[in-house]
Design a binder for this molecule. Structure first.
Ligand SMILES: NC(=O)c1ccc[n+]([C@@H]2O[C@H](COP(=O)([O-])OP(=O)(O)OC[C@H]3O[C@@H](n4cnc5c(N)ncnc54)[C@H](OP(=O)(O)O)[C@@H]3O)[C@@H](O)[C@H]2O)c1
Length: 370
């Protein structure tokens, strides 16, 4: 027994040393295109670039304008929007993200932003869905820039004429998350009671309107200053979290869409119907990140789910053309209207991200690209 323990100790020690060496070497070899391309671009455009982690390292720089391949469209970006996703990448947090390929010492991808809206400037020879001059919106890494290239069959759709570029740019991550969370994970049915925790933020303002369009009886949770905003989106009931804890209420909900995760799973379960669904979207501010931070919540949800009668699970948004088109139709028919809190210029992306990082955006924060 003693010999066995000795061997286990030695194996664990060797594994630990190997892991340490692996991380150490990986850390010092970690590089990005800031180290590789130092020359001036031949066909420049402006874009936000960050060579090192941290908001202070964001800068507006000249980079090479992208050229569409045969299956892509080139979009002149008119507006882009900011998501908590962006500050996770700027800060490289939770730190485990760095180990999982985002870049150990430096960000591997030096470009930022995902959500965009703009006008198609050129199309590849295989593209039939779009033509130059079309106004579109969608998602593509590096959207904080004057131009993006996007595969025509990917996450891009025609912009409805009745919404602005700023509104269209706010849809991709937040709108898709709300739609897929309610429709695919929550399976919301007409007449069901749905609670949206964090109803006044990017995802929440879309979720309230989408849940109403599904015919649900919707309760929105927000702070006092956002009660009127959330009410104006059509909710049936508002809970002001500074005065009332929704998990202590006598009401039972068929679906909880949780954008905040400030209540434990057991507390949320208390206010779910026996067959109710808890949909974990996200939560956790910059001071709650650490090594794993908000990733504990989906782990806990996965562990609890098999032991309770309710369905409890996390969802990850999957941007795609079909759902962007559904959202475009909802906006066209007036069922959904994106809520814009503030707009910033491309050069002000750091300020815009700093604002979103505070966790109290009222709807979406948008970058106007001139
Ligand atoms: N799983 C996915 O695929 C996915 C996709 C998108 C986003 N997310 C995650 O989902 C979360 C929400 O995203 P978002 O874009 O909606 O963020 P956001 O626009 O920054 O909104 C945050 C909102 O949370 C509200 N809030 C803060 N504390 C609250 C509390 N105690 N109770 C109720 N509301 C509270 C804030 O309202 P007040 O000012 O009133 O406090 C604010 O409106 C983020 O953590 C994001 O990373 C996940």
């Amino acid at each position: 027994m003693k010999r066995l323990l000795k061997w286990i100790f030695r194996v664990v020690l060797v594994l630990l040393i190997l892991a340490f060496v692996f991380v150490f070497v990986g850390y010092w070899r970690s590089t990005n295109d800031c180290d590789r391309h130092t020359g001036a671009p031949t066909n420049p455009m402006k874009a936000i670039v960050y060579c090192d982690y941290g908001l202070a390292n964001l800068k507006l720089a000249d980079v090479e304008k992208p050229v569409p391949n045969d299956d892509q469209i080139l979009v002149k970006v008119r507006a882009a929007s900011v998501n908590p996703y962006d500050w996770h990448f700027v800060e490289g947090t939770p730190k485990i993200m760095r180990l999982m390929g985002v870049g150990l010492r430096k960000p591997k991808d030096t470009r930022l932003g995902v959500d965009f809206a703009g006008t198609v400037e050129a199309v590849g020879k295989n593209v039939t869905e779009f033509k130059p001059g079309d106004d579109v919106f969608g998602g593509r890494g590096g959207a904080f820039a004057e131009y993006v290239c996007r595969r025509a069959e990917g996450a891009v759709a025609l912009k409805p004429a009745n919404i602005t570029f700023e509104q269209a740019a706010s849809v991709n991550i937040a709108g898709i998350t709300a739609l897929q969370g309610l429709r695919d994970k929550g399976k919301v049915q007409p007449g069901q009671k749905v609670l949206i925790n964090g109803a006044s933020g990017g995802v929440g303002t879309f979720a309230v309107q989408i849940a109403k369009s599904f015919g649900a009886d919707v309760t929105g949770v927000c702070s006092t200053r956002n009660v009127d905003l959330v009410r104006s989106l059509g909710v049936d009931h508002v809970i002001d979290y500074t005065k009332e804890d929704f998990t202590k209420s006598a009401q039972r909900y068929d679906v909880i869409l949780d954008n905040v995760t400030n209540r434990s799973l057991l507390e949320c379960r208390r206010v779910l119907t026996p067959k109710g669904k808890y949909v974990l979207i996200g939560g956790g501010g910059p001071n709650e990140q650490g090594l794993i931070g908000p990733l504990w919540s989906p782990i806990k949800t996965m562990l609890l789910s098999p032991f309770v009668s309710q369905e409890m699970g996390m969802m990850m948004a999957d941007s795609n053309q079909k759902d962007l088109t559904i959202l475009a139709d909802m906006m066209q028919s007036g069922k959904v209207k994106p809520v814009i809190d503030r707009t910033y210029k491309l050069s002000e992306v750091p300020e815009a991200i700093r604002y979103v990082e505070q966790g109290h955006a009222r709807g979406k924060v948008v970058i106007t690209v001139e």
